[in-house]
Design a protein around this ligand. Sequence first.
Ligand SMILES: NC(=O)c1ccc[n+]([C@@H]2O[C@H](COP(=O)([O-])OP(=O)(O)OC[C@H]3O[C@@H](n4cnc5c(N)ncnc54)[C@H](OP(=O)(O)O)[C@@H]3O)[C@@H](O)[C@H]2O)c1
Length: 348
Amino acid sequence: MSKKKVAVLGASGIVGQRFCQLLSDHPFFDIPDLYSSQRSGSKKLLDILRVPDHSIADELLHMKMELLDTDRIARESYDAIFCALPSSMEENVELRLSELGNRIFTNSAMNRMRIDVPIVVPEVNPEHMEMVENRSGFIIANGNCSSIGLALPIRPLTVLNPIHVEVTTLQAVSGAGYPGVPSLDALGNVIPYIESEEEKISTEVPKMLGTLKEGRITNSALRIDATCTRVPVLEGHTESVAIRFDKNVDLEKVRNLMINFRGLPQDLKLPTAPKKPIILDSRNDRPQPALDLMNDGSGRSDGMAVTVGRLRVSEDTVRFVALSHNTIRGAAGGSILNAEILYSRGKL
Ligand SMILES: NC(=O)c1ccc[n+]([C@@H]2O[C@H](COP(=O)([O-])OP(=O)(O)OC[C@H]3O[C@@H](n4cnc5c(N)ncnc54)[C@H](OP(=O)(O)O)[C@@H]3O)[C@@H](O)[C@H]2O)c1
C-alpha cells in the first residue's frame, strides 16, 4: 500500500511535536504538513523544538508551521489529520473538518463525549472504530492522558467483573501543555486539583470499556472515582489504583492476565505497537517516571507500554501503581496507533 498524506494541527505544541517525532520516517504516513496558530506561524520545527532525545528527520525539522486555516486544510484532501489543539478554541475545527469529509484523530476533549465519536485505546476497544470507519469523514478521539493509562491495565481484568475503581493520579507538568503550570507553582510542590480531570476519567473510561451495538456505544457500568494531582515531574503520569471486584480474586490469576494481555495492534504487528501493552514489574520500588517511562525498548514504540508495579491483592480488591507516558501513549502515540489500525484495514 502507498504511504498516506497526513497533517498535524497544533504541531508546535507539546503533543504536536510528539506527533512529529513519531511520524518521522513512518512506514505508513508521509512527512506531515504542520499547522499552528499565528504565534508559531512560519517558524521551523527545529527552532521551537522541545522534544528531548528525538530522531526527527532533517526534512521535517526544517519544515515551517503553516497558519491553521480550515478551508485550506479541507482543500488539501489529507488521508488523515492528527489534532493536538486546545479544547478551548472558538471554532470547533475538528467537527468542521470531519463534516467536510476529513478523518480526524484527535487528542482534545472538544468532541470526546459526542455520541458519534468513539474514544479509542487501540488495545482496549479497537472495535469501536467500526462505528465510524466507513464514513467519508469522522472523528476518532483519544481519551484524556490519565484515562488511557488507567483503561489499559483495567482491560485484561474486566473478565473478573470489576465493580468500582478508585484512582489517585500524580500527573506530570507537561500534561498541561506549553508553557503550562508556572514553575513557581509547580516546583517543590503538589497541587491537589486539576480542573475537569476527575470528571473526564470518571466518564471517559466507562465509554472506552463500553459495548458497541447497532452503531451505538453503551457505557460500562464500572464506577470510577478519581483524585487528580499535579506533581513536579516533567513527563509521565503515575496512578495509584484500587479495583474492587464482585468476589475475591487471586493474585496469580491477576498477574497472569496482565502479563499475557495483548491486543489488535500486537496481532497486526503495527509499527507503533509496543511488544506488550502492559509491562509488569515486580520490584518494590517501581515504576518510577525517571527510570521506566520509555519502557518497551523497540524504538518506534518506546513510551507506548504502561508499566504496572506494586501489584497486591486483598480479598476482593486489587491494588497497583501504573505509569504511562502522557504525551506518547496518552496522546500522539495512541492516535497514530489508531490510524495504523485503519491503514492496515485499507480504511484510510
Ligand atoms: N500535554 C499532554 O500530556 C496531553 C495529553 C493528552 C491530551 N492532550 C491534549 O492535546 C491537546 C494539545 O495539548 P498540548 O499539551 O500539546 O498543548 P500546547 O503545548 O499548548 O499546544 C497547543 C497547540 O495548539 C496550537 N493552537 C492553539 N490555539 C490555536 C489556534 N487558535 N489556532 C491554531 N492553532 C492553535 C498551538 O499553536 P501555537 O504554538 O502557535 O500557539 C500549539 O501548536 C490539548 O487538547 C490537550 O488537552 C495533552
